[in-house]
Design a protein around this ligand. Sequence first.
Ligand code: HXC
Length: 513
Amino acid sequence: MEERMAQLAAETERLRLGGGPKAIEKRHSQGKLTARERLALLFDPGTFTETDLFVKHRGTEFGLENRELPADGVVTGFGQVDGRTVFAYSQDFTVAGGSLGEMHANKIVKILEMAMKAGAPVVGINDSGGARIQEGIDALNGYGKIFRANTLASGVIPQIAVIMGPCAGGAVYSPGLMDFVFMVDQGSYMFITGPEVIKAVTGEEVTFETLGGARVHGTRSGVAHFVAPSEQEAIAQVRRLLSFLPSNNMEDPPRLPVTDPIDRAEPRLAEIVPADANKPYDMRDVIRAVVDHGDFLEVHAEWAMNIIVGFARIGGMPVGIVANQPRVLAGTLDINASDKAARFVRFCDCFNIPIVTFVDTPGYLPGTAQEHGGIIRHGAKLLYAYAEATVPKITVVVRKAYGGAYLAMCAQSMGADFTMAWPTAEIAVMGAEGAANILFKPPEGAADVAQARREWIEEYRRRFNTPFRAAARGFVEAVIQPYETRAQIGRALLALAGKRESRPAKKHGNFPV
Ligand code: HXC
């Protein structure tokens, strides 16, 4: 018995070294952690259970038949994050470049399936040279199985991808199918075709970093939801994100004790938002003033910055926040803002997270670039996402709420459960200037046309660009003082906690992609 136990211990220790001490040292010298070190940071100390350590590849070609690839290049298992079960896999670059073969893929699929059965989130740490070239289509087939498993798990358990090295070719689509993608600045890249292929096909010259580095995906493509300065920071952010999420679609998000009074008055709010509708301000200041302890986890913080999305708590209850950002493009909605917010709203709806929307938008961004880029198609996503969502939806109109953009920001007619407006709100079909351009006719014989026009605009503004028209129709339930925003949202959240809303039976809707 003792001999067998000693054998097991020795074998386990050997396999856990992956590509061996030299390869590990090389990683460290490059400032990178190993697959196992990353998991150790992710999980609460001592809680990780590894699965399938002894799995072996079945490759028989190009020398693979004589090579041992410990754990087949991916560490899989489960453990606890803040005391809650999470499943994970972490590709081991020290083993054949973390390349994905048949058995490597099987291990990942198994983890995804176990996580789904257990109803627990999955975190996938990607660091791989892609399809294991010696295994050919067996590797390709493995990717297909992962993509399918990612798709089946979508909306059942939260799926988080962390990119900590190469992630190229079709491999990018597993992260692309997951809910959130984290990237490490200067330490990761993602692209479908690399710089060499691009040069051969189009003649264009790019570096790995400018083609698919973290900054590019965090600011231009929107592929990365979070960009972290280091691997350690990325994993800390993953843990923080998980703290807002339920383990699966059947659970409510984890509620914390109330440590910030839910009815806290916030006089600062009236100072943050200028009464002059043309003056910008930072909507994040409004959000931070309203939520518990000012703690706001922004998603996509540097992409499509004209809209803000992220997680926070109000009275200990996790909420998803969507808000226009008047500081960027005047808070207009455009293609990327619509895509960003629509995906976020759908995520919240999948996982029972109430949505609080702050509105201050003059409308859609005008221009041929937007029209030809398909703003109709993309903008429709946000309308669809809000109308489809059955979680509690609370809307606060802070200032401008014009036309289609007012509706797209979860107006009552789109299904908001409780809509509030500040006295500064301007809920109208369009701005007074725009209305004047269409309707104003100089009175006959007017001595001062410009003055007549100014008066006309003032009259329109007085009558239509206020919250009281909407309130008179019951389109907003309450016109509130800015300082009571948090208290009102908190009460509405409590009142709506038991909300149940059903939808007509169907296979699924046809989301406008
Ligand atoms: C097998 C691979 C591999 C792969 C790397 N390795 N990628 N082995 N299949 N795809 C091995 C290397 O042979 C080497 O083995 C070890 O991993 C480390 O690789 P290096 O090249 O020494 O590391 P580095 O210089 O850091 O470069 C990393 C790299 C490069 C940029 C990822 O290895 C690379 O370009 N790899 C190939 C990428 C690729 O073309 N993959 C296939 C894409 S097709 P030794 O034994 O020397 O340690 C694809 C399709 C997916 O992925 C489709 C899904 C639908």
